[in-house]
Design a protein around this ligand. Structure first.
Ligand SMILES: [Zn+2]
Ligand SMILES: [Zn+2]
Length: 113
């Protein structure tokens, strides 16, 4: 039996096997495109590049450039987290404790493990 190798999804950083050969996308990316209504416009290459959800780390297809989470659940969770952190920060300021040293460096190249 000739083993035909399944090509990988066309998207950068996606190693999923292609599920929809016509679009050369894996199932997840194809579903993402369909839900975003991008397939009907057939404007290929105008989609925003997939990125990893800040909350759960899943690769997803952002609908808008400022999307950072794979879905409303992660977005809500992140929002609640941010609110909680802000409240904590305010409490810390009120109790006049020195600022947490981590907050400023959180954007540096992470070696956190
Ligand atoms: Zn994919
Ligand atoms: Zn997520």
């Amino acid at each position: 039996m000739p083993a035909i190798p399944v090509p990988a999804c066309e998207r950068d950083g996606c190693d999923e096997p292609v599920a929809v050969l016509k679009h050369r996308l894996c199932a997840a990316h194809y579903a993402g495109l369909r839900r975003a209504g991008k397939l009907t416009t057939a404007s290929y290459g105008r989609e925003i590049a997939p990125r990893a959800c800040l909350k759960c780390g899943r690769i997803f297809e952002p609908v808008r450039a400022n999307h950072r989470h794979c879905g409303p659940m992660c977005q809500n969770a992140a929002g609640q987290e941010r609110r909680y952190l802000r409240r904590q920060q305010r409490d810390a300021e009120q109790s006049s404790t020195p600022v947490a040293p981590d907050l400023h460096n959180s954007n540096r190249s992470s070696h956190a493990r």
